[in-house]
Design a protein around this ligand. Structure first.
Ligand code: GLN
Length: 262
């Protein structure tokens, strides 16, 4: 009798554990449902401000904008029950778009910096990178230390712009609206070097003849999604969605899809 009672108790305990397991799953689902009520600029939409000049993170292909950030934001939007809408603007207009409440997210391979944190809140980091120095194939520039006194091309408002201005002074830096324009100026010998994030740098080296990337890293970059300062509801929803995408292996899958050719 005593034994039987114990067995029943054990079965009840096991059932309880099974129920708890189901309960866990259920609460994850209802969390996603709850997230659908996140307020955005346009109800039902998730507006992503980007600059589609940064392959493989965002770039034009025909009439479409594709890339790692696009797919990540698409997956985030799906988890939040929203429809993704992309606003392609100049890189230095991305933060103002979000800060002024025209767009919900900044997603542009954007590195978290102290200055940018004054104007936007950042999600958890979803990718890391380094910056590389591009030079002409026959250049005598072998590293960062050789850049003193040289003309350095950057995309306006990027960390390449900020860091190279800090390191080499205002006169050394030539700013372009697109990194590709800087690369073209380099290939024509108008400037001596271009600084750009490594995956984009590698794409440009494959596309443009006569240029190479130096081996050493210029800076470390950690990409995150920006939201309007103080919008913790959206920030938390984005972070929860990113964490889910990470644990599902989806984040890795997206990055690998766009970088496997390397
Ligand atoms: N990671 C760099 C930055 O945050 C470059 C981003 C870009 O060119 N899209 O400024």
């Amino acid at each position: 009798m005593k034994m039987k009672k114990f067995a029943v108790a054990a079965i009840i305990a096991m059932m309880g554990m099974t129920l708890m397991a189901c309960g866990g799953k259920k609460s994850a689902e209802s969390k996603a449902e709850g997230a659908a009520s996140v307020k955005t600029v346009n109800a039902g939409k998730l507006i992503m401000a980007t600059n589609a000049e940064f392959p493989p993170y965002e770039y034009h292909e025909g009439n479409e904008i594709k890339g790692i950030d696009v797919e990540i934001c698409q997956a985030v939007a799906e988890k939040l029950g929203l429809e993704l809408q992309i606003e392609d603007v100049a890189f230095d207009a991305i933060i103002p778009e979000v800060a002024s409440g025209k767009a919900d997210l900044a997603a542009a391979g954007m590195t978290v910096t102290e200055d940018r944190k004054q104007n936007m809140d950042f999600s958890d980091t979803y990718a890391t990178s380094i910056q590389l120095i591009l030079v002409q194939e026959n250049s005598s520039i072998a590293g960062k230390e050789d850049l003193t006194g040289k003309k350095i091309g950057v995309q306006l408002g990027t960390t390449s712009d900020l860091f190279s201005t800090e390191d080499f002074g205002e006169d050394a830096v030539v700013r372009y609206s697109k990194s590709m324009e800087a690369v073209q100026a380099l290939s024509q010998g108008k400037i001596d070097a271009v600084i750009v994030d490594s995956q984009t740098a590698k794409e440009f080296v494959n596309e443009v003849k006569g240029i190479k990337a130096l081996d050493s890293s210029y800076s470390d970059e950690a990409y995150a999604i920006g939201v309007k300062k103080g919008n913790t509801e959206l920030l938390n929803a984005v972070n929860a969605a990113l964490a889910e995408l990470k644990s599902e292996g989806k984040l890795d899958e997206i990055v690998t899809k766009y970088t496997k050719a390397e």
